[in-house]
Design a protein around this ligand. Structure first.
Ligand SMILES: Cc1cc2nc3c(=O)[nH]c(=O)nc-3n(C[C@H](O)[C@H](O)[C@H](O)COP(=O)(O)OP(=O)(O)OC[C@H]3O[C@@H](n4cnc5c(N)ncnc54)[C@H](O)[C@@H]3O)c2cc1C
Ligand SMILES: NC(=O)C1=CN([C@@H]2O[C@H](COP(=O)(O)OP(=O)(O)OC[C@H]3O[C@@H](n4cnc5c(N)ncnc54)[C@H](OP(=O)(O)O)[C@@H]3O)[C@@H](O)[C@H]2O)C=CC1
Ligand code: HEM
Ligand SMILES: [Fe+3]
Length: 470
């Protein structure tokens, strides 16, 4: 614990205690940055290099020696060398015996080698205690001092004492060590910085696919159809009208897809009569990226709202209103006020506004600073109950928008219904299924299953034993 404080007052420590010497192999970007940070935090640093005389740009105060000379100066050796160049270490096995050897390396691709770099290092230098650490911190972050990205350092190793020494160093440098267990965890730790938004990938591809499909569908109905049938140029619709169909439709379907896996999971649990069997991998993954799906949906809903706000200032809309008025004057025929149309129009807009309000509320509660202030039940209440209410309101908004035209043969073009009719299929399926699932008799069984009850205890036990098949 004391070390944490020495981080803030390195000079106090250096004047009263003997400086601990750390050896860093390699004088590249990462080695230099780490050495600089260590000197700042009160350590004495010795670099090991192929060309001790040639090394430039090294932080002042550090010593540079050959690899074998440097290793003799400390019992902690941090290896800031790419895995491909580890070969020369086999000649140093005697010097490195019983030393703590820290592997910081990353690869270019996930699972690039059959074994992790740290395990490979342990095979090369069997006498040393290999510890994996620091691979999630960048040279730039260490040097600039501004830790915009994560300060977490995953640490793993087979020797408890060696690991503890590295954990102490990490803490002294002002970083957060996270013990990940034995060297078997190195593979996962090495893959971690190579991942690029893994949970965002499915939402991204899904929204791209939905967007593309509905865009083509709307172009076919709203641009190509009028051109072929009436030789009318409607290409201007590509700018606002069609995006303002594609975006809300994508938002609505993605929102429904957030709540779909929960329904599928419930049906699966009811069918199996137990909660003790794993869900298929695709369902697991789908469940895990619901937050990201929801946030992408919120993004599209935002776009829809902004596009809707500009409707009154559009040239096409103003032109059409003027023409209708002029046509009425010329015909001397007044278009009577229709209370039912007014009701329909106001209702769908109002449902949209309320749905959007709850949608934003869901987004706000998913911010860590907010979710940390609510307890588990409150969070679930907002995410699950208010989430369903959001889906109901947005689906109703679209249904009422369709209003009287919904499924009317007049709105078919080449037999194709309006895009929003297709958009309603998944949301309505989710809502109807959920409605059936919350019927008291079904809900009671599901709740019992989720509390641990099993329909066929014997069967479930055997399923438990043979878990690998599920
Ligand atoms: C804008 C937006 C932001 C979002 N942000 C987040 C976020 O920050 N974090 C997040 O997690 N999700 C987020 N989501 C996704 C979504 O709101 C949640 O995943 C939501 O909890 C799903 O609700 P559900 O009713 O389908 O949950 P389900 O998983 O179906 O759960 C329903 C109920 O069943 C219970 N249950 C389910 N499975 C079991 C089981 N095996 N054993 C016992 N009980 C069980 C649960 O406790 C719950 O009460 C967000 C969505 C949107 C639209
Ligand atoms: N850069 C970063 O932000 C991060 C890097 N890492 C890891 O740190 C390690 C070093 O990265 P980085 O400093 O960027 O790399 P560099 O290429 O900048 O430095 C590597 C150093 O390795 C030494 N080395 C030893 N043998 C050889 C050899 N045969 N050929 C070339 N170099 C050799 C060299 O030092 P000398 O000439 O003194 O012998 C060289 O400077 C890598 O494993 C990387 O994955 C981890 C996290 C972040
Ligand atoms: C402030 C909130 C909202 C307002 C004011 C609003 C308003 C509108 C308007 C005016 C239309 C008709 C657009 C047109 O004539 O082309 C529309 C359509 C639609 N809205 Fe909203 N809306 C809101 C929020 C939402 C939300 C949150 C969703 C769902 C996620 C949604 C889904 C839809 C859908 C699917 C359509 C049909 C698109 C089409 O095929 O034309 N809306 N909305
Ligand atoms: Fe490099």
């Amino acid at each position: 614990m004391e070390k944490t404080y020495t981080n803030t007052f390195p000079l106090t420590m250096t004047s009263s205690e003997k400086q601990e010497t750390i050896c860093i192999f390699g004088t590249g970007d990462f080695g230099r940055s780490l050495g600089y940070k260590m000197l700042q935090c009160g350590y004495s640093v010795v670099f090991g290099s192929r060309n001790p005389q040639m090394s430039s740009l090294l932080p002042s105060g550090a010593e540079v020696l050959s690899y074998s000379e440097a290793a003799q100066k400390s019992d902690v050796v941090i290896l800031t060398i790419h895995r491909e160049h580890y070969g020369f270490l086999t000649e140093l096995t005697e010097v490195l015996k019983e030393k703590v050897l820290v592997d910081v390396s990353n690869n270019l691709k996930i699972n690039q080698y059959p074994e992790s770099n740290a395990e490979y290092l342990a095979q090369l230098v069997p006498g040393a205690h290999v510890v994996k650490a620091f691979n999630t911190i960048s040279a730039w972050a260490l040097q600039s001092g501004a830790m915009d990205a994560s300060r977490q350092v995953f640490v793993c190793g087979n020797d408890g004492k060696a690991k503890q020494r590295v954990v102490d160093i990490v803490r002294t440098l002002g970083l957060t060590p996270l013990d990940q267990g034995s060297l078997l965890a190195a593979n996962e730790i090495e893959n971690y910085p190579l991942q690029l938004f893994p949970m965002w990938r499915l939402p991204f591809y899904l929204s791209a696919a939905l967007g593309l499909f509905f865009f083509s569908y709307c172009v076919l109905r709203d641009v190509i159809y009028p051109y072929i049938n009436e030789k009318q140029d409607s290409t201007f619709r590509l700018a606002i009208s069609i995006p303002n169909r594609v975006f809300p439709i994508t938002a609505l379907i993605l929102l429904a897809l957030v709540y779909f896996p929960g329904v599928i999971a419930a049906i699966l649990q009811l069918y199996r009569g137990t909660k003790y069997r794993r869900f298929p991998a695709w369902l697991d993954h789908w469940m895990l990226c619901r937050k990201q799906l929801g946030l992408v949906a919120l993004g599209f809903a935002f776009l829809h709202v902004i596009y809707t706000l500009v409707i009154p200032i559009r040239y096409y809309v103003r032109w059409r209103l003027r023409n209708i008025t002029i046509a009425q004057i010329m015909d001397k025929k007044e278009n009577p006020f229709s209370a039912s149309s007014a009701w329909l129009s106001d209702s769908y807009v109002s449902l949209g506004i309320l749905g959007f309000f709850l949608f934003v509320l869901l987004g706000i509660t998913s911010l860590p600073s907010v979710s940390n202030t609510v307890n588990w039940r409150e969070f679930r209440f907002v995410q699950s109950k208010l989430g369903y209410l959001t889906l109901i309101l947005c689906t109703a908004h679209t249904l009422v928008y369709g209003g009287k035209r919904f499924l009317s043969p007049l709105s078919l073009r080449w037999g194709l219904p309006s895009a929003y009719v297709l958009a309603l299929v998944i949301p309505c399926t989710v809502l109807v299924t959920k409605f059936i699932l919350i019927m008291p008799c079904i809900d009671k069984t599901l709740t019992r299953i989720r509390q641990g009850w099993e329909r066929n205890y014997k069967y479930s036990k055997s399923a438990l034993n043979g878990r690998s098949d599920i």
